[in-house]
Write a protein that binds this ligand. Structure first.
Ligand code: GLC
Length: 475
């Protein structure tokens, strides 16, 4: 016994010795990531000076598709010209933040990540670091308003923060060929730039954001390039250290970096890799894209627009259907990821009608079926021809499988291939109607009601003994 205790103590000491100072054990990490992994669904908000421009420059639409939060870059405006056109159109109405927070809550989003500063460089808080911020320009602290509103609804808070900056006069855009800047290819208007001075400014604003608003749950950095990233570009490790010192439980994404170890394969928005060394962040960020399969051991979050732009555009009418977004959420949960779904409020902070309607439908579905999303883990099946599956452990060693039916079988027979566990019972999650289940040599067959009760996705809860054991499909 004594020997065993000694061996255990030595092993633990060795483990602690291996850990970098300040690093955490995997169980500490699991604790910190716990709420985020259970949440599965968050709201993204892109809102800044570009929102008032609404995709229009000098009276003309800049385009009908794509990110209009990039409008300054699209029209190649220097920061003075841009600010002069955009500031008068950015007029946040009182109480806008409460509308966002209520909408997030109603939709079933457990966290809200919003742009504290996008690439344009305009900070939504009241900053002492400069005068291109809501405090100086509007005499308001919009970050405070948003944080307080979200907290009042019990929705967790994430800060998106762009490290790219199209305003700051020391941001040395010539250091990267790959990162966008409206003046790219042109000499600096102010002769030399000292990028370190920009980095001090960045640090000061991040310090304000993580010091002055209470608990911040997520820091959502954006973004880096293969030719300009990490320590060289942003003093990334120092920045992360500062944030962790102020917010020990915070969860950060991987976008201060753009390397393979940090989960990046390329510069494309789909260019993620299913790997992440935790020193580069806590989760990877596939953009506008749902990975084909799950990624065991990697935390990930797909961020996605409802039309094709992040920031508001009056010209983008390519809205996704409610069903598509509900099914995206299910698809992502079935692969073990989170869905961060974007709204782009207008210059006055109001949310486009299309987004409100869709979020309300998603919310209605979540009120009936949220149990099959929150706190679930990835599907035990490699593929299901008719839909998706999520799972959750129940008391007594049982597991509940949530079968999300996308294609309702015409003959009412739903087949689950290869599930070897003993079955307990099955019922519709919404309403509780019993569903007949039969074991048919190596296959499970369910008999569904003739009519599909929910064309968005009907969920069947199937309880089984133990953890799911699924036989490999026939070759
Ligand atoms: C990008 C874009 C940006 C958007 C973001 C969301 O990297 O530059 O406009 O905010 O991704 O993921």
């Amino acid at each position: 016994m004594k020997n065993r205790i000694l061996a255990w103590t030595l092993a633990s000491l060795a483990l602690v010795a291996q850990m970098a100072p300040g690093a955490e054990t995997s169980s500490q990490r699991d604790d910190r990531m716990g709420w985020w992994r259970e949440a599965r669904f968050g709201m993204f908000v892109h809102w800044g000076l570009y929102s008032g421009l609404a995709g229009t420059w000098e009276g003309k639409p800049v385009g009908t598709r794509g990110g209009m939060e990039w409008i300054q870059n699209h029209v190649k405006a220097d920061t003075e010209t841009y600010a002069k056109a955009a500031i008068p159109l950015f007029k946040p109405k009182p109480g806008f933040a409460r509308e966002w927070a209520r909408l997030a809550k109603q939709a079933g989003c457990r966290y809200l990540v919003f742009t504290t500063k996008h690439h344009e460089g305009f900070a939504l808080h009241d900053s002492g670091a400069g005068d291109y911020d809501a405090g100086s320009v509007l005499h308001r602290d919009l970050v405070k308003e948003i944080v307080e509103a979200a907290r009042a609804e019990g929705v967790r808070i994430g800060f998106y923060h762009s490290v790219i900056d199209w305003h700051h006069d020391q941001y040395a855009y010539a250091l990267s060929k790959q990162l966008p800047h409206p003046l790219k290819g042109r000499p600096y208007p102010n002769a030399e730039r000292d990028h370190n001075r920009y980095l001090e400014y960045l640090r000061q604003q991040v310090n304000e954001l993580t010091s002055n608003y209470g608990r911040v749950d997520v820091l959502w950095w954006d973004y880096s390039a293969q030719d300009f990233q990490g320590d060289e570009a942003w003093h990334a490790f120092d920045l992360m250290k500062l944030v962790r010192a102020k917010q020990p439980a915070i969860i950060m994404n991987n976008r201060l970096f753009r390397s393979r170890e940090a989960g990046w394969a390329s510069m494309g928005t789909e260019g993620y890799l299913p790997q992440l060394d935790p020193k580069y962040g806590d989760f990877i960020t596939p953009e506008q894209h749902i990975p084909a399969t799950g990624m065991p051991g990697v935390d990930w979050e797909t961020c996605m627009t409802m039309n094709t732009t992040w920031g508001y555009s009056a010209h983008d009418h390519a809205w996704k259907s409610d069903r598509e977004m509900i099914r995206n959420l299910i698809d992502i949960a079935s692969k073990g990821g989170n869905y961060l779904l974007n709204i782009g409020p207008k210059g006055d902070g109001s949310v486009p009608e299309e987004s409100i309607k869709s979020l309300q439908s998603i919310g209605a579905w979540m009120r009936a079926n949220g149990e099959s999303i929150y706190g679930t883990t990835a599907s035990p099946f490699e593929k299901l021809s008719w839909g998706r599956c999520t799972q959750k452990k129940l008391a007594g060693g049982k597991t509940r499988l949530y079968l999300h039916v996308f294609d309702w079988p015409a003959d009412g027979r739903l087949v689950l291939p290869g599930l070897e566990n003993k079955l307990r019972r099955a019922s519709l999650l919404d309403g509780g109607q019993k569903v007949k289940v039969k074991n048919e040599n190596q296959r499970i067959a369910l008999t569904l009601p003739a009519r599909n009760p929910d064309p968005n996705a009907t969920v069947i809860a199937l309880d089984i003994s133990g953890s799911p054991k699924v036989a490999a499909p026939d070759p």
